[in-house]
Design a protein around this ligand. Sequence first.
Ligand code: PNS
Length: 157
Amino acid sequence: MRSIIYPGSFDPITNGHLDIISRACKSFDRVIVALANNPNKQATFSAQKRLELLKVCTKDFKQVEIDSFEGLLVNYARSKNIQTVLRGLRAVSDFEYEFMMANMNRKIASDIETIFMMTNETNFYVSSKLVREVAQLGGDMSALVPKPVLDALAFDK
Ligand code: PNS
């Protein structure tokens, strides 16, 4: 069985994340979408709410499991006996951060490989941070996030 972990903060999940998840489902039998729960990192949505949104937004993908973890991603991957981590790449600006993370992870756990998928051009500029900011200032995010997230953003205002 080909399995992969797609980790992230998902604060909140966007159409960009969903695009990566749906494409991963075409190549992998099991896609674990893993919420990194970092108690020291300030998030807009609680871990519980982010998990709830992940579950409802991915319910149609049979291969997807939603999970969360604390601590190092590579330790989580090992605990699941999965050697491959997936990250989405948008603009050039993502590259440096992703390159550093992938290399750091390889340094501390050479058995774990990171692979990247380019987001499609529709979602090239979509980030959770910008979605939160624009939504809080009254911008229409309906084309960029799934409906349950749109509702949660409206509630959060
Ligand atoms: O959606 P994000 O915030 O870009 O995701 C980043 C994430 C959660 C994948 C990364 O911060 C992570 O792996 N955190 C878990 C802790 C860890 O392993 N840190 C070392 C990374 S080199």
